[in-house]
Design a protein around this ligand. Structure first.
Ligand SMILES: Cc1cc2nc3c(=O)[nH]c(=O)nc-3n(C[C@H](O)[C@H](O)[C@H](O)COP(=O)(O)OP(=O)(O)OC[C@H]3O[C@@H](n4cnc5c(N)ncnc54)[C@H](O)[C@@H]3O)c2cc1C
Length: 381
């Protein structure tokens, strides 16, 4: 057992962190205040190879494995201090496009993946609905009915990351109601398909540099060849193949954010003087720093284990859920405690710890809540 990353991966991690420090961090505060996703930064991310990092090389990607993608996400979040853009990237690459990469036909891959790898197109996933999130499979109301060579979709999807800017969405819809969760299929819906429209952009507490909206399907016409996998394989095959990637790679944002907050807080605690000495001398401050470092290391080890298991082709339902619960709860605690170290400055937009405090709140909700993750762990045990 060797806990170190290869030199190649350490160097790549640093190059991603530097990219984010140079191109993303300088405008992170303003884009958060403006609730703005920036197409120029997105284009640069495409040129740097981030948008297609884990897609096969033959479709314009870099063929990176799950561990490399996880480490890159962590490094990006650490350098960028921009949870929103890190989320937009993950929604595009992992939940939006990996279903095509892992389960799509050759034609689907050829049509979509190169444009998504370069950043010419943006992707997203439409699973959650206004009336169902945790029970997305059991209570799904969006229907797809076959008519000739097309499927007709009716319904709505809620809280969709990249909704307002997306060109293509991986959308789940019921094709056989009698079969319940086993009667759901996955479709690739382009923004120009007749009957598709984007609802209003949602105003958010955090992750504000990503865009979120409802997606609406009113007799939306989707060519039958845009179904991923066979009818009714939405959860058993496509969901299964993608979910553990989501619960590993997207969660890496929490690790990067924790790492940045810890470094910043140590620096601040050494510089800030009260009662005639640096606050870093106070045991109450030291306790926060050592506790957050402990949580960071534990979260990182859980996450890397889950990523390595994905790369070894092993199912990781317990490991990915453990990593998600631990890291997303740890980053909330870290944001609180590192905020305490910053005193009143943690309340001021200019300090990244303020943004991290709002951004990290999504972690225990999106992609399966902490409660649901715990029930998956318990069910598997
Ligand atoms: C900013 C943002 C971005 C998002 N991006 C996307 C996206 O791109 N695509 C997408 O499809 N979805 C997206 N989501 C949706 C997200 O995944 C859901 O919000 C999440 O799955 C929770 O569903 P819900 O909000 O309907 O909560 P509910 O399922 O209604 O849950 C409410 C509460 O009940 C608890 N609960 C529910 N069932 C159980 C149970 N069995 N046991 C114990 N407790 C339970 C939950 O844990 C929670 O505390 C996004 C959400 C947000 C806020």
């Amino acid at each position: 057992m060797d806990f170190s990353l290869s030199k190649e991966l350490v160097d790549f991690r640093e190059s991603v962190r530097q990219f984010a420090i140079q191109h993303v961090k300088p405008t992170a505060e303003q884009r958060d205040l403006d609730e703005r996703w920036d197409p120029d930064i997105w284009r640069k991310m495409g040129e740097f190879g981030l948008l297609g990092l884990c897609f096969p090389e033959e479709y314009g990607g870099s063929g990176a494995d799950c561990l490399t993608t996880t480490v890159a996400t962590e490094a990006f979040a650490e350098g960028a201090t921009d949870g929103g853009l890190t989320l937009a990237w993950g929604a595009h690459t992992i939940i939006g496009t990996m279903p095509i990469v892992l389960c799509g036909t050759k034609e689907q891959k050829e049509r979509y993946v190169p444009k998504l790898a370069s950043g010419e197109w943006v992707a997203g996933l439409g699973l959650t609905e206004p009336g169902s999130g945790s029970d997305a499979a059991g209570s799904m109301e969006t229907r797809a009915e076959k008519k000739g060579d097309r499927y007709i979709l009716n319904g709505a999807k809620m809280f969709i990351t990249n909704g307002p800017i997306g060109d293509v969405f991986t959308v789940m819809a019921v094709t056989d109601k009698k079969k319940g969760p086993l009667g759901i299929s996955v479709f690739l819906v382009e923004k120009n398909f007749p009957g598709f429209r984007v609802g209003k952009k949602l105003k958010k507490m955090g992750m504000r540099s990503s865009t979120t909206s409802e997606l609406i399907f009113e007799d939306c016409e989707v060519p039958a060849e845009n179904m991923i996998e066979k009818p009714n394989s939405g959860f058993l095959r496509v969901g299964k193949a993608t979910l553990e990637w989501e619960r590993t790679v997207l969660v890496a944002s929490a690790i990067g954010s924790m790492h940045h907050m810890l470094d910043e807080s140590i620096r601040y605690a050494k510089a800030r003087r009260q009662f005639g000495e640096p606050i870093a001398r106070f045991q109450a401050i030291q306790e926060k720093i050592s506790r957050v470092r402990m949580k960071l290391d534990a979260s990182r080890l859980l996450l890397y284990k889950s990523a390595v298991m994905k790369d070894q082709g092993k199912p990781a339902p317990i490991e990915s859920s453990l990593a998600k619960v631990h890291a997303t709860e740890a980053v909330i605690e870290a944001a609180y405690e590192m905020g305490q170290i910053h005193g009143g400055y943690c309340f001021i937009h200019e300090y990244p710890v303020e943004r991290a405090y709002r951004d990290c709140r999504l972690g225990t909700l999106g992609g399966g809540t902490s409660e649901v993750m715990r029930s998956i762990i318990a069910a598997n045990l």
